[in-house]
Design a protein around this ligand. Structure first.
Ligand SMILES: *[C@@H]1O[C@H](CO)[C@@H](O)[C@H](O)[C@H]1NC(C)=O
Length: 140
């Protein structure tokens, strides 16, 4: 029986099928004064099952500033197959003691898929991570 309540639930469901855009803001701090120039390669991704993460975007930069901000307003991340997005990034960077590459990973943040959600990261990276460049996020 199609009751009024069921109809309402159906309406909400249909409305919800369309995932909404998500805004992502990332502030990266390389606060160590002795580092006068550093480079980084970032891979922003949406975490799915292991080895099947979705690349959202990548960025590469070199800078003499101690802060780098990245702003991605209203990204359409598509269908996740769950109710929320798990968003994180990994960074190969040279904001390190010896100037060699390290690979750091951000925390994973969760955002509800069906509202115009936003996540922001604010990470300090000086000498953080393991030695060497990051592997591809889906590498074994
Ligand atoms: C972000 O991190 C920096 C450095 O750790 C800190 O000084 C700043 O207050 C933080 N900003 C926010 C909005 O939390």
């Amino acid at each position: 029986m199609l009751s009024y309540r069921n109809l309402l639930a159906l309406g909400v469901l249909v409305y919800c099928i369309q995932a909404n855009p998500t805004s992502i803001k990332i502030d990266i701090h390389c606060d160590e004064p002795s580092v006068t120039n550093w480079c980084a390669y970032m891979e922003l991704y949406e975490e799915d099952t292991p080895h099947n993460h979705d690349d959202i975007t990548t960025a590469f930069w070199c800078t003499t500033e101690h802060q780098k901000s990245l702003d991605y307003p209203k990204m359409n991340l598509g269908w996740d197959g769950s109710l929320d997005y798990e968003i994180g990034y990994q960074l190969t960077h040279t904001c390190t003691k010896d100037g060699k590459h390290k690979c750091m990973k951000s925390e994973i943040q969760t955002v509800w898929e069906y509202s115009e959600g936003s996540v922001s990261f604010n990470n300090t990276i000086y000498d953080i991570g393991y030695d060497g460049k990051c592997k591809d996020i889906n590498a074994y």
